[in-house]
Design a protein around this ligand. Structure first.
Ligand SMILES: Cc1cc2nc3c(=O)[nH]c(=O)nc-3n(C[C@H](O)[C@H](O)[C@H](O)COP(=O)(O)OP(=O)(O)OC[C@H]3O[C@@H](n4cnc5c(N)ncnc54)[C@H](O)[C@@H]3O)c2cc1C
Length: 645
């Protein structure tokens, strides 16, 4: 059977023409407005309370819309964004080190290996400066220098210091800012907060997104919620790999359900493998832990020069160490982008120079920095990360180098959106990690928080108004046939999962799926491996629907049922990821095809054939997806072979 068919090309019709630095202004001016009295009559559903969803819900409510907000955690402030450690980029140029909006734009387009849209990225760079002002005004405790000015540090893929941070807890502090703004609106009655509710279906009426079907995770009650527009801010799908740095609950269900209802899924194969994570230590693990990229500001990455050198790292003399990033990439050194650092770590381990019990590890060493700056300075910058490392590994990183290895961390793919962040379904907007929009084939460090907050505080509130102003939409309620059908689908699916009553746990299927994905659609992909993976995924999915054991009922708190629904969606996504990776016969960013590399082992793009966004349309279960190509045009940053040497 053919794996996919090709449909008509698509285009982003919302980004204005003209000089790039004027486009967002132009769009904002041209976008229609909704007057304050009418806003009160309109309801917007926001799924997700992370940085993207939390900031969007608070801002929309502040503007006067009625907002219904959903998350599956017990509190909106426990969204996965809370885990973000290292920082958030902004082109403030406080350091006077040559930064500018244009440079952030340039670094991001180049960092994404020329697979993102210039207009979107430029807007992101422009808005970045507003985010810092907004968050400072909210009281977010960014790190400050001795004199009281905001401090910054370096992140990968940049030669300026533009990353604002709050120790190793930047996500938590930013999320508290968004959360307090959200709570204020909840208190005022403008936001209806529904924690512990999971969206399981999208409701489409007359071709427009008009609602969602949710399950109360505590009581199991299913309800249908209607609105004038729906915003998905449901995060990324890295957990398809089972082991990742993401929170255990992260999943693809909200976006996948929307995809099955017609929203195109863009670039699903673009996955970010983060170079600095605590290595896998055995098969008992259900999650991996990130050691923030910020550590590469002061930590030096190395392995022994000799294969199989088992000596204690402190006994290996300087001239027998290979600081391979500094050697291969002298201008960026330890701060090369993540895709490059991850592949380099894999290469030295493949050569037999890996360290630690599994030999899948490299050292991240702070001895120089501690010698230069003193232990208190290192403690002040990274104290909580060092403590976390010691608690997990039992080793003191002030004394011995950390051991790190790449792990799945972030997904650049997501639902396709236009410049307005609207998906291919009118009235369905997608923001934050859930969309595909700004990072191309590789996201630079500290730019996910920037994108989530840009989308939520600044972009969506303008563009969604343009959509809502085209109303008024017909009044519809949960008795509409389309809403009833969506609800029935959810109920049937839950019954189907419960009815299998097999002999294997959901986790065992998830773990096996993750192994297939890591092996064949992880750091390196090949034609043969991807074809093999597609076959294995299909077989495993079939076995899942025959053998999975979901105990309990649907009318109670049932985590096994929650997981089963999510893993069922991961199976379908995994297949599409492999098909996307197979069709993209080039290497770019995080997508490294073994057949397409430069003589020195770097990613070899093929701009003539693949300078496009791959937007996939769902047809029917078991039928091939349809590929729609959106050509990428580069007027300001000319695509070149990326070099960080
Ligand atoms: C360990 C770690 C450290 C990181 N550090 C950084 C960093 O320093 N800088 C940086 O820029 N980026 C960092 N990132 C990436 C960044 O944290 C994420 O990309 C970003 O926080 C995602 O935000 P979001 O709002 O899009 O989604 P999330 O924060 O993942 O929020 C998703 C929300 O959607 C809800 N949800 C999902 N599905 C459903 C459903 N079906 N029904 C109802 N609700 C649903 C969840 O409950 C949650 O509220 C890090 C990531 C990790 C894993």
């Amino acid at each position: 059977m053919e794996l996919f068919t090709e449909g008509d090309p698509i285009a982003d019709t919302k980004a204005p023409d003209g000089p790039i630095e004027k486009r967002w202004d132009t769009r904002r001016f041209e976008a229609k407005l909704v007057n304050p009295a009418n806003r009160r009559k309109m309801t917007v559903i926001v799924v997700g309370t992370g940085l993207a969803g939390g900031s969007a819900a608070a801002t929309l409510a502040e503007q006067g819309y009625h907002v219904k907000s959903y998350c599956y955690q017990d509190s909106p402030r426990r969204a996965h964004s809370i885990a973000a450690q290292g920082g958030i980029n902004a082109a403030k140029n406080y350091r006077n080190d040559g930064d500018s909006v244009h440079r952030l734009f340039y670094d991001t387009v180049k960092g994404g290996d020329f697979r993102s849209r210039e207009s979107n990225v430029h807007r992101l760079a422009e808005v970045s400066v507003n985010i810092i002002d907004q968050c400072v005004a909210q009281g977010v405790p960014f790190a400050r220098e001795y004199g009281g000015l905001l401090d910054t540090r370096s992140f990968g893929g940049a030669q300026v210091q533009r990353t604002f941070y709050a120790r190793g807890q930047t996500g938590q502090q930013l999320l508290l800012g968004a959360y307090q703004a959200l709570e204020r609106q909840i208190g005022l009655g403008n936001v209806e907060m529904n924690a512990r509710h999971e969206m399981l279906e999208l409701v489409i009426v007359d071709g427009k997104a008009r609602g969602i079907v949710v399950r109360d995770l505590v009581t199991g009650e299913i309800s249908t919620e209607m609105a004038d527009a729906v915003v998905l801010a449901s995060g990324g799908y890295g957990n398809v790999f089972y082991l990742s740095t993401n929170a255990k609950g992260c999943n693809v269900t909200a976006t996948w359900r929307a995809h099955r209802k017609g929203a195109y899924f863009a670039n699903p194969c673009y996955t970010q493998i983060h170079p600095t994570c605590i290595p896998v230590s055995g098969d008992h693990q259900s999650k991996l832990t990130l050691m923030s990229e910020s550590l590469r500001n002061d930590g030096r990455v190395w392995v022994p020069k000799a294969k199989g050198d088992d000596r204690n790292p402190r006994d290996i003399p300087e001239d027998e160490r290979d600081y391979y990033l500094e050697r291969i990439y002298p201008s960026f050194g330890n701060l090369v982008p993540r895709d490059i650092a991850s592949r380099a770590a894999k290469n030295v381990c493949d050569e037999g120079r890996g360290v630690g019990p599994t030999k899948l590890g490299v050292y991240l060493d702070f001895a120089d920095a501690i010698g230069r700056l003193g232990r208190p300075a290192i403690e002040a910058k990274y104290g909580n990360l060092f403590e976390m490392y010691e608690r997990i590994t039992g080793e003191d990183p002030y004394e011995v180098p950390m051991r790190i290895y790449p792990a799945v961390h972030y997904t650049m793919g997501g639902l396709w959106v236009d410049y307005d962040l609207q998906s291919s379904i009118p009235g369905l907007f997608v923001i934050g990690e859930a969309n595909f929009s700004d990072h191309g084939a590789n996201r630079l460090g500290a730019s996910a928080l920037m994108q989530g907050l840009a989308d939520g505080y600044f972009v969506l509130p303008t563009t969604i108004a343009n959509y809502l102003a085209s109303g008024p939409l017909d009044k519809v309620d949960a008795s509409h046939p389309a809403a009833v059908e969506a609800r029935t689908d959810v109920e049937d699916r839950i019954q189907r999962l419960l009815a299998v009553n097999g002999d294997r746990t959901v986790d065992s299927f998830h773990r096996e799926l993750g192994q297939i994905m890591w092996e064949h659609c992880g750091m390196e992909r090949s034609d043969a491996g991807l074809r093999k993976a597609i076959g294995e995924i299909r077989d495993l999915r079939e076995s899942f629907w025959q053998r999975v054991k979901v105990s309990g009922t649907g009318e109670e708190l049932n985590q096994s049922l929650e997981k089963a629904g999510r893993v069922a969606d991961f199976f379908e996504l995994a297949e599409l990821m492999c098909i996307d990776a197979l069709h993209r016969e080039e290497s770019c960013g995080g997508h490294f095809r073994a057949e397409h590399q430069t003589p020195d082992g770097e990613a070899q793009r093929d701009d003539d054939r693949f300078a496009y966004v791959a937007a996939w349309e769902f047809t029917a279960t078991g039928e091939p997806s349809v590929l729609h190509k959106e050509d990428l045009k580069f007027e300001y940053v000319h695509p070149t072979q990326r070099s960080y040497k």
